[in-house]
Design a protein around this ligand. Sequence first.
Ligand code: ADP
Ligand code: MG
Length: 228
Amino acid sequence: MLLNLKNIYKNYGKEPLIVPVLKDISLEVIQGDYVAIMGPSGSGKTTLMNIIGCLDRASTGTYLFEDEDISEMNDDALSDLRLNKIGFVFQNFNLLSSETAQENVALPLIYAGIHKEERNHRADVALSKVGLQDRTTFKPSQLSGGQKQRVAIARALINHPRILLADEPTGALDQASGKQVMELFKALNDEGVTIIMITHDASVASHAKKILHIIDGEIIENKQGGAA
Ligand SMILES: Nc1ncnc2c1ncn2[C@@H]1O[C@H](COP(=O)(O)OP(=O)(O)O)[C@@H](O)[C@H]1O
Ligand SMILES: [Mg+2]
């Protein structure tokens, strides 16, 4: 088991104004999985993703990442885990505007202490993988939305994370580039990349192997998706 969340609750605020946001969420993710999380705005999807990505901690419940209990890790251990084992993709790409595609993709490798020549080489390989081998020297302002998201995906995968987490990755894209980005996620999953993705789009979710519907912080439906 890659991820195992059991009876997760998350509250925001303090007494006497506690706001329960996640209620009794349980979720198992195996290697090679492709999980789509759907649900209305404000239902707790990003809160859940932040907990899965170890950007935040649950109020109660247990979370095992590769059989290790997250609640027993200190913040440094958690940030190491995040750097080495989790790739993130966001709706608004989160690229550095002053840096080229290659430099953006190579960024996580700086933290990993890899020297420049090797970093640039690995970034170029990752950019080829997402079809951007001829855009390595372009800055974000010179790229389309779909291309920016592909740069972000290359960056998320540069460290070979155990899991790729994507929070509405097509939310800022037009339909055609959104479709291309979705096909890329599907191809990556076919190659064995484990993915959890938040999406509003049912056609996007149809690629997933499991679909989780969240309403008001609760899983109301947990089913197998349509992917072969
Ligand atoms: N840091 C926070 N402090 C207080 N409330 C928050 C915080 N983050 C999110 N919330 C609340 O939690 C609920 C779920 O938010 P979120 O997880 O972002 O929903 P979704 O991603 O499904 O739109 C919302 O009501 C939101 O206002
Ligand atoms: Mg959200």
